[in-house]
Design a protein around this ligand. Sequence first.
Ligand code: MN
Length: 237
Amino acid sequence: CNKKKYTEVVEVPLPTAQEKVTMGMPDDVKADEGSFQLEKLPYNYDALVPNIAALTMEMHYSKHYLTYTNNLNKALAGTEQENIPIEDIFKKLDMTNTDLRNNLGGYYNHTLYFDIIGTKAGGKPTDTLASAIDKDFGSFDNFKIQFEDAANKQFGSGWTWLVVDKSGKLQITSTPNQDNPLMPRAEIAGTPILAIDLWEHAYYLSYQYKRKKYIEAFFNIINWKKVGEKYEEALNK
Ligand code: MN
């Protein structure tokens, strides 16, 4: 009889209070002693919802970024590179040293990423960065199309960047894994001022296979004021 299939529905119990996912605060995350610090997250894990899920931010900051920081410090401990600026470590990086290459990139890339996204975000850049984008890409809309296109074309894990090259020009480039445009032999070398993390851990909980949607949403969380400051710094280097 038809009634039977309704009586067979099994009620799934909701998680009890004890089973609820507990999420710490960004400030509770502590790296081991070392020359490179885990930079503070200037917002809470849920600050970027719905563009980035709270659990994604928590894992990304307190697990991935923390691990890169600790591993970098471990790799540099007792070496002469321990006390020199990170840009100089990149300059002399031996690209066959995969442990250092991955952790140095992982540390630098995530430090930048968490810094240039935030709550008072989205919209468009202002001031000198706005005019530089107009000059080098024609318009902000053109820049956005080109940046999204580069990110969509990056196959597998990696990053897409907006960099200031040696001549002061803005350029878009992508790198695989945890590589970046500061590393020797970079296809387009320059100082990164904007970065999107294209690893699955950066978006998968909310977007699954729809990476394109994450790349679009990323434009809602870019802190252009911060990117503008990084642009000025890069020009004055
Ligand atoms: Mn990441």
